[in-house]
Design a binder for this molecule. Structure first.
Ligand code: CA
Length: 225
């Protein structure tokens, strides 16, 4: 597994790259955003460990570039900023996880391993089913590559179902994941969102079916299968 470390603090970089090599990773190290951009454009990395405070640019610009180019590499952000806004912004920009400095190398390694253990589908930004594609970074759904207008809640429900496509998703899980988006949800709110989403997808010609499994939850699948 090839890992790119983008960090301008040479001592920290040496510590982390040395540890990762010992753990069996192939590690490249660069100190600037410009070098990082060149490398991620030219190579496939399994993961990028990214400092946000780089001398020539904010590290988040690299994540955004990578995601805009559909680079699926796992991105672990290293930041000295502990503010919640920075963490949220990092994750929204397409990072998969973050670690606040100072940190123990063992924690970095454990988080990296956790990210790389995830199935590709969970790491990836684009969730695809039949002619429906959901870009989870931009929160934009496409049918036959045409952008579709869905509400934030509909996109949230769609993402939850598409991440587990072909499997029944318990209603409780949808409620839990959606409560962050929608605040307190009334008992039948999920049903309303699913109903709307189903209608919207049908209207825009998505060849997917959302089934209600009575008393359990929901399942999305290719309508043709
Ligand atoms: Ca730095």
């Amino acid at each position: 597994m090839r890992v790119l470390m983008v960090e301008d603090n040479e001592d920290l970089a040496r510590l982390v790259t040395g540890g990762l090599k010992t753990a069996g990773y192939l590690v490249d190290h660069v100190s600037t955003a410009a070098e990082a951009r060149d490398l991620v454009a030219a190579h496939r990395f399994g993961a990028v460990i990214l400092d946000l405070g780089l001398p020539d640019a904010d590290g988040l610009t690299i994540v955004r570039d990578m995601r805009a180019h559909r680079d699926p590499a796992a991105v672990l952000v290293l930041t000295a900023r502990s503010g919640i806004d920075d963490k949220v912004e990092g994750l929204r920009s397409g990072a998969d996880d973050y670690l606040v400095k100072p940190f123990a190398f063992e924690e970095l390694l454990a988080r990296l391993e956790a990210l790389l253990r995830r199935p590709r589908e969970l790491q990836g930004l684009a969730l695809v089913l039949a002619n429906l594609r959901l870009d989870t970074a931009s929160r934009q759904a496409f049918v036959d590559d045409e952008p579709q207008v869905l509400s934030a809640r509909e996109v949230a429900v769609l993402e939850i179902l598409m991440r587990r496509k072909g499997r029944v998703v318990p209603k409780r899980l949808v409620e839990d994941e959606l409560s962050g988006v929608a605040g307190d949800l009334s008992a039948n709110a999920i049903e309303v969102y699913v109903h709307r989403l189903r209608r919207q997808l049908a209207d825009c010609g998505a060849r997917v079916a959302i089934h209600t499994v009575r008393g359990v939850g929901y399942l999305i699948r290719d309508a043709a299968s």
